[in-house]
Write a protein that binds this ligand. Structure first.
Ligand SMILES: [Zn+2]
Ligand SMILES: [Zn+2]
Length: 186
């Protein structure tokens, strides 16, 4: 059994949060972590109870959707709302933070930014992170999290065994076995 790393676990959480995004422009998720515990999460979306971009279209000014609060900001604000300290925390984001979020991350005392995708990485954001001693590290999602992975693997395995019992062409069978192996072991 493969145990996933903390990095993969927190990044998976951010990808999951991104699926809750309500803006058509970009689906972003952010997870704030302290001592390997998730303390807050956010995705880019409207204020609570507000109109959603996915329902009414984006509200674009100067090529930016002004309706949404970014995922990182939502996660930090959640900490403010419930009185959870962010000093020395870490943040896992699906995309490299924008300049505004970068400044808020630094000001919140967050020490490390782990991101899955480059996204218009602003040179000034990088400069500010460096000045503040905030670690930046790209963490790719290595494997999609599939909670039914084991069942699927067992099912395909049993199908291949049944196929073998029918006396199917050996060459064809080994091609299928190889494909199944690649699917479940990469
Ligand atoms: Zn929008
Ligand atoms: Zn942002």
């Amino acid at each position: 059994m493969n145990r996933i790393s903390w990095d993969q676990y927190f990044m998976a959480q951010s990808h999951l949060l991104a699926l809750r995004s309500t803006c058509n422009r970009l689906a972003v998720g952010a997870t704030i972590v302290r001592d390997n515990r998730i303390i807050a999460g956010g995705y880019n979306g409207s204020i609570a109870g507000g109109t959603h971009c996915i329902d009414d279209g984006c509200y674009v000014i100067d090529n930016h959707c002004v309706r949404t609060i970014h995922a990182e900001m939502n996660a930090i604000i959640q900490c403010a709302k419930f009185g959870v300290p962010t000093a020395n925390a870490e943040i896992y984001v699906t995309h490299f933070p924008c300049l505004q979020c970068c400044k808020s991350i630094i000001q919140a005392g967050i020490q490390a930014v782990y991101y899955a995708e480059d996204y218009k990485n602003h040179p000034y954001a990088i400069e500010l992170f460096e000045q503040a001693g905030v670690k930046m590290e790209k963490v790719k999602m290595i494997q999609p999290i599939d909670v039914y992975g084991k069942q699927k693997q067992d099912f395909v395995h049993s199908l291949l065994q049944q196929l073998e019992a029918t006396g199917v062409d050996q060459e064809e069978l080994s091609k299928l076995q190889q494909k199944a192996y690649q699917l479940f072991n990469d």
